[in-house]
Design a protein around this ligand. Sequence first.
Ligand SMILES: Nc1ncnc2c1ncn2[C@@H]1O[C@H](COP(=O)(O)OP(=O)(O)OP(=O)(O)O)[C@@H](O)[C@H]1O
Ligand SMILES: O=P(O)(O)OC[C@H]1O[C@H](OP(=O)(O)OP(=O)(O)O)[C@H](O)[C@@H]1O
Length: 308
Amino acid sequence: MELAESLDGRLLFAVPKKGRLHQACLDLLSGSDIQYHRHTRADIALVKNLPMGLVFLPAADIPTFVGEGRVDLGITGRDQVAEHEAGTPPTPTTGVEEVLDLGFGGCKLQVQVPAKGSIHRPEELVGRTIVTSFTNLTEAYFRDLEGAAEEKPRLRTTVKYVGGSVEAACALGVANGIVDLVESGATMQAAGLKAIATVLDSTAVLVKSKRPSDPKLVDKIASRIRGVITAQKYVLCVYNVERSKLDQACKITPGKRAPTINPLEESGWVAVNVMVTRKDIAVVMDELDALGACDILVTKIDNSRTQA
Ligand SMILES: Nc1ncnc2c1ncn2[C@@H]1O[C@H](COP(=O)(O)OP(=O)(O)OP(=O)(O)O)[C@@H](O)[C@H]1O
Ligand SMILES: O=P(O)(O)OC[C@H]1O[C@H](OP(=O)(O)OP(=O)(O)O)[C@H](O)[C@@H]1O
């Protein structure tokens, strides 16, 4: 049987086939116990333990496939969803719905110009040439600026598409400015550019079509993925504290919903069990220690099932 035929009746889930989001998505699949075998170079893989198929696609194409309902679920950047919607506005039955912010793949879509040049504001690029992979968002952004500009007749900004290495465009004399993604800023600095405006902030998102083939399975997968993301984001903190200091301790560790408090055999003392965001745990431990809490233990959460 052809692989494409064996997808019949299966929920389709699109995953970036390469690039910045690829590995984090594979880790999410593994944490969600979505088991599959992908043949070398194949872009489709059957899931062994669920009625699903995985489709490996460029992140930029995922909103199109999910938006048209060809694929039920997908992971891509919010920037890619916005770019797609700026070119193909959603209707009541087409377009994607965001299910979950996945927290990774954080970056900004920014207007950039030569750091040593004479342009300092995006308005100064009106009527000039911009190179980008995000032509729909860039056109919408500059149409707004053109509308606000005083010049009559209205100046038109030229927006040209390139698929990658956008940052080379100014040095090569193809553009006066670019619109590209920035995370650390290293690519921008290496190309002698500086950011002068932000078009959009982005993170990776789980999206679904407006008419998924199996809504219950979509909910199950979303719940598993949410559990993995929560487990990555939080650690479990356990400590003992005198009951008289419990109010102050709970202010330091309010928990995701609320801390669990259990009395100790030793009178006047309680044990507190609470989820703390991983990034804050060192400061939280310092504060608990200063308060007089003791036996402060922190453990990693392997997986979880929690509400949003
Ligand atoms: N530097 C970055 N840091 C974090 N996230 C990023 C970064 N660059 C891109 N992303 C996110 O990853 C998505 C895919 O971008 P990426 O450039 O990795 O894809 P690609 O063009 O398919 O891959 P490649 O660049 O390897 O050809 C972007 O839409 C954005 O949401
Ligand atoms: O601010 P930074 O941390 O330097 O990241 C930004 C760079 O990352 C992305 O490109 P990527 O490296 O994925 O390759 P591409 O240019 O081929 O898209 C983006 O297009 C920038 O070029």
